[in-house]
Design a binder for this molecule. Structure first.
Ligand SMILES: [Fe+2]
Length: 314
């Protein structure tokens, strides 16, 4: 294929990187991934019948880290199809046993995210998603590589999901700021994530939440095997090791605000049936608050991580 054309001989807009344009096979079915913003977001142009093609899967895997978030509009996947696509992309992870309250989805490895108490007996877990976070950061295992979310029922107001690139956030820091945070370690714990959700917690509640997680110490700057670096921040980040609490928390809040700036973040306005897939190792995410009686319901599947957060070494 010549530069500037896709296999169907359509002109490729200048802003679409050539390496993100893929041909499936000799029938010239194309999964094309278009940039949403320069630093984050990809819109995947593919029909549902070609979603599972090897070429599509390869293009999606390749684009995931670079784009951070990939949007597949109105794919209308069933639970079985969502699981099948998850399995094509990696190794399915069921950490539903760590995420209380669901059980409403048809398949056991699909977690239904809803505030509806008839479906989710412990909606407090979902209220924590109103705040920037990385999934699985207080579980003692490699961070989940990626998360897939499908919109089954929308809220009339709110419910948009926002993503922020923790790669772009780190890479764009002034050099002096990079030097200042290099080598810092951060304690992540569930209590920190519960603080903005509850006015006060009983000892019994605390014990229950602690039982589902571990206190984890992660480097603030994650040096990935690829050589790229990202920030490990979010609502579970409680304090910086060896730094007075107000100073450390202020730093964490400032970095979170930095990462959430418009150039590094993307807000997804859901349509029913949308599939969104994101790189959980290079993005944090949150949801715009919505009413618990809105009926909003999303189905989540998760891909197992391959890499533990390791100390950056300069
Ligand atoms: Fe999440």
């Amino acid at each position: 294929m010549s530069a500037g054309q896709d296999p169907d001989n359509r002109a490729i807009p200048e802003h679409v990187p050539r390496e993100l344009v893929h041909s499936r096979d000799s029938t010239m079915t194309t999964a094309r991934i278009e940039q949403i913003k320069p630093r984050i977001g990809g819109l995947v142009h593919v029909s549902k019948e070609h979603l599972f093609d090897a070429g599509t899967v390869a293009a999606v895997r390749e684009a995931l880290e670079d784009r951070g978030v990939l949007v597949f509009p109105r794919m209308h996947l069933t639970d079985a199809e969502q699981l099948a696509f998850t399995d094509k992309l990696g190794t399915r992870l069921n950490y539903n046993s760590k995420a209380p309250g669901s059980g409403a989805a048809d398949e056991k490895d699909v977690y239904a995210i809803t505030l509806d108490k008839k479906v989710n007996s412990q909606p407090e877990y979902v209220l924590g998603t109103f705040f920037w976070h990385i999934d699985g950061v207080t579980i003692n295992q490699p961070l989940p590589k990626a998360t897939l979310l499908t919109a089954r029922k929308l809220a009339p107001q709110g419910g948009q999901t926002e993503f922020a690139s923790t790669y772009a956030a780190y890479e764009s820091l002034p050099e002096a700021d990079k030097r200042a945070i290099e080598g810092l370690e951060v304690i992540h714990k569930v209590e920190a994530a519960l603080r903005p959700v509850f006015e006060e917690l009983t000892e019994k509640d605390l014990a229950r939440w602690r039982g589902m997680s571990e206190v984890m110490t992660h480097p603030l700057v994650w040096k990935h095997q690829s050589g790229r670096k990202s920030l490990v921040i979010g609502t579970q980040a409680d304090r910086v090791v060896g730094v007075p609490i107000p100073h450390g928390r202020s730093l964490l809040v400032r970095l979170q605000e930095w990462a959430a700036q418009p150039d590094f973040s993307y807000r997804h306005e859901w349509q029913e049936g949308d599939l969104v897939l994101w790189d959980n190792c290079g993005c944090m995410h949150r949801v715009v608050p919505y009413d618990e009686n809105s009926g909003r319901r999303m189905h989540r599947t998760t891909i197992m991580g391959e890499e533990r957060v390791a100390r950056g070494n300069g």
